[in-house]
Design a protein around this ligand. Structure first.
Ligand SMILES: *[C@@H]1O[C@H](CO)[C@@H](O)[C@H](O)[C@H]1NC(C)=O
Ligand SMILES: *[C@@H]1O[C@H](CO)[C@@H](O)[C@H](O)[C@H]1NC(C)=O
Length: 381
């Protein structure tokens, strides 16, 4: 199905050029924190700002499933090209460490745990030592370039969503061993679960490889994704989740690499990708409205705010909204965004996108604030 080795390699490269974009949630009061006028928006600053408040954590833990938007480094030890554990990724992280986060600094999951006053960073489940405290307060199982279409992670050899659920089972056992069954149940019941994927399905699997587009038109491919996402939400609820934030798709056609691949000589936003994203979003919003209220599932729109940053970037201090900061900014993602081969811009904070697929820390911060402002009350109610 995926062709021979050679084809697979070429596809891998194409996919690297096309990669994924998905964002996750966070509360209203953190607007002040993040925007607290500091000219620099360093991690330390947001972090210490987040810990200044007097109230305790707003949830017991944050548990995340999904793709590169919420992956803090789970792909680092995989045999895949989809990794961000090399410079210039992390150039604005503490000590410029390229942790595997797909940005110049923090990613949405970090802003979410800070905003909820749970901790400063959400660690990956794989590849790092996790203390009992780390386990108690949650981890991310996300894997860059995975998706709801079972073919998507296979093409690029990353972790499937079902495998992420299996890792959760392992995580739960470790938590039980550390804090006991009763406390584990309390933690899971009080946790915010975040599900964020789907961009790679559309940008990579559908629009870049031939495997699905020969068989499916956009509405029927969206059907496939909706059925995958809907059943994944049921599986997360079955883990004992009581609060789930489901992150919708961004305007995929406006991401720099997708402008380059589909937007013609002027690199316009590519309308078919945007249409697919909007169709998926409206279908999921509907599906979520019909879910069993025993698990509070909230549809979180990020299409609007990212589109706003792209269209009205100047209002938010962005002067470059169509190109990434890494390399030419038109195509470089993961393996192609590598300090050994390309330079970075000297004004990363004025860019919406860091590589040609993923937002900068600055843009992520605004996106998460927007999510907190609009959805926190529903998630925590
Ligand atoms: C924010 O920055 C402006 C301009 O530097 C300054 O006038 C204002 O007092 C600052 N506000 C806060 C809350 O620090
Ligand atoms: C990010 O890092 C670059 C290069 O070291 C630096 O010029 C820039 O000011 C940093 N931005 C932030 C927000 O720390």
């Amino acid at each position: 199905m995926v062709g021979n080795k050679q084809q697979q390699k070429q596809l891998g490269l194409l996919m690297v050029a096309a990669l994924a974009l998905a964002v996750a949630p966070s509360p209203a009061w953190c607007r002040e924190l993040y925007y607290s006028n500091s000219s620099s928006s360093s991690y330390e600053e947001s972090a210490s700002a987040a810990s200044r408040g007097s109230e305790g954590p707003m949830v017991t833990a944050v548990i995340v499933f999904g793709d590169s938007i919420v992956d803090p480094g789970n792909n680092n030890n995989l045999k895949t090209q989809i990794k961000a554990n090399h410079a210039p990724y992390g150039m604005n992280f503490t000590d410029s460490i390229p942790t595997g986060r797909y940005s110049n600094g923090l990613i949405p999951t970090d802003f979410i745990v800070q905003g909820l006053k749970v901790k400063q960073l959400l660690p990956p489940y794989l590849g790092v030592e996790l203390s009992t405290e780390d386990l108690r307060t949650g981890v991310s199982f996300a894997s860059g370039a995975t998706g709801y279409d079972p073919l998507t992670p296979v093409i690029v050899s990353v972790i499937t969503l079902d495998q992420q659920l299996e890792y959760f089972g392992e995580y739960r056992k470790r938590l039980v061993a550390a804090v006991g069954e009763e406390e584990t149940a309390r933690i899971i019941e009080g946790a915010l679960f975040v599900v964020c994927a789907g961009t790679d399905d559309i940008a990579n699997t559908y629009f870049t490889t031939p495997f699905r587009s020969v068989e499916y038109d956009i509405p029927s491919y969206v059907d496939l994704l909706v059925s995958g996402a809907d059943s994944f939400l049921d599986k997360v609820a079955a883990l004992g989740a009581r609060k789930i934030g489901f992150v919708g798709l961004p305007p995929i056609g406006c991401v720099p690499s997708q402008r380059t691949l589909g937007g013609g000589p002027h690199r316009n936003c590519e309308e078919k990708r945007n249409y697919a994203a909007k169709l998926f979003n409206s279908r999921m919003e509907e599906a979520i409205a019909n879910k069993d209220p025993k698990t509070r599932t909230v549809y979180i729109d990020i299409y609007g705010i990212l589109n706003e940053l792209v269209v009205n970037g100047a209002k938010y201090g962005f002067t470059e909204t169509t190109k990434g900061c890494c390399g030419s900014g038109k195509i470089e993602v993961t393996g192609l965004c590598d300090s050994r081969f390309v330079d970075v811009c000297d004004d990363v904070d004025a860019h919406v996108f860091f590589d040609s697929y993923h937002p900068t820390q600055n843009a992520y911060k605004i996106i998460v604030q927007n999510i907190f402002d609009n959805y926190l009350q529903f998630l925590l109610a």
